[in-house]
Design a protein around this ligand. Structure first.
Ligand SMILES: Nc1nc2c(c(=O)[nH]1)N[C@H]1C(S)=C(S)[C@@H](COP(=O)(O)O)O[C@H]1N2
Ligand SMILES: [Mo]
Length: 329
């Protein structure tokens, strides 16, 4: 049964429907998996992971059904797992698209904890196991549009960040959420390089962070996240350029000031705080009107038209009502 919430126009499923048995079981498997370190071992070979993602291995499937959040599943063919896990931006491991897959094996994801702090009534340090148990896992098939002009379609696994936010009870002065990601020079060879200031920091306005599409993400393709995709926990914000979706998060901080974000600090005229996907607002050095879907490239592949809010306007457009999107890029 869908419960109509007229305040924001979204249909929410009744809680009895969001937590079917399979979801619980999947989550338990994932907890066991993470705790036992099997997750890391499973990253060893493409062949092995492909097999697991197909459901032939005992680790899959980790989750039950697809999300019932409005607009959370696009009806487009998911990008091949191999592409999504070998063509990455994760500058802590190098600036070349192939670097993260090559270098991120050094990332140590157990033990892992995320500290929730700042303007909240219930600050807490959540272990990864705590986070995995916090809300039912769902699969959501989102478009991901990189600011550089390429895109993918990825079946992510996680739950709405709002589930966590509601638990920690932000105070009325909290206006923004800041995401701080791991910066460990011992395991991340490019932390210390001068392309960006480390740690990689991202941020959202509180209403953006509370939007049901904002996904706290633990897996993809029915598997735990490969290191190069931001293991063990990252954000995925499908209506924003990819760089807003910070990987390997260690801190979530509630604040009354707009966070200074990594790419904004590096080049404020090129990367704004909002960075909503917008075909009508070009990057100063290139057009954002079209994009290349990874896997469709090749000499004669047609470019796709980029969609406003990456195709999620019906869901998130209201968040920006009355704002000048050219000024607030
Ligand atoms: N910590 C961290 N998070 C990051 C980045 C990064 O360099 N460091 N790159 C961002 C960029 S530019 C993109 S497009 C996405 C890519 O995510 P994917 O590799 O899972 O597709 O991650 C984002 N998150
Ligand atoms: Mo990106």
């Amino acid at each position: 049964m869908l419960i109509k919430n007229s305040a924001n126009g979204f249909d929410h499923p009744a809680s009895s429907e969001i937590t079917p048995q399979r979801v619980y079981e999947g989550r338990r498997d994932m907890v066991k998996l993470m705790a036992s370190g099997v997750a890391g071992a499973a990253l060893a070979s493409w062949a092995g992971r492909e097999a697991l993602a197909q459901g032939s291995g005992k680790l899959a499937p980790l989750v039950g059904g697809k999300s019932s959040v409005a607009g959370a599943n696009v009806m487009e063919k998911p990008t091949a797992y191999k592409d999504a896990s070998s063509y990455n931006n994760f500058y802590e491991f190098g600036t070349d698209k192939a670097d993260p897959a090559q270098n991120a094996h050094t990332l140590k994801i157990t033990p892992w904890a995320v500290e929730v702090e700042g303007m909240v009534k219930k600050p807490a340090k959540y272990t990864l196991e705590d986070l995995l148990k916090l809300a039912p896992m769902e699969e959501r098939i989102y478009r991901l549009r990189c600011v550089e002009g390429w895109s993918m379609v990825i079946p992510w696994v996680g739950y709405s960040l709002s589930s966590l936010i509601k638990l920690v009870e932000p105070t009325s002065s909290a206006k923004y959420v800041e995401f701080v990601t791991l910066a460990d020079p011992k395991t991340m060879p490019f932390v210390g390089s001068r392309v960006l200031q480390w740690p990689y920091v991202e941020g959202l306005r509180m209403d953006e962070a509370m939007h049901p599409l904002a996904l706290l993400t633990f897996g993809m393709y029915g598997e735990v996240l490969p290191n190069q995709n931001g293991a063990p926990v990252r954000m995925v914000l499908p209506w924003k350029y990819g760089f807003k979706s910070g990987k390997s998060i260690v801190k979530i901080r509630f604040t009354d000031k707009q966070p200074a974000t990594a790419w904004n600090k590096a080049a404020a005229n090129e990367y704004g705080f909002f960075s909503n996907v917008n075909p009508d607002v070009d990057h100063p050095r290139w057009s954002q009107a079209t994009e290349r879907r990874i896997g469709e490239d090749g000499l004669f592949a047609k470019k796709r038209k980029t969609l406003v809010f990456n195709g999620y306007e019906a869901q998130v457009g209201q968040l920006y009502a009355g704002m000048d999107l050219k000024k607030n890029f």
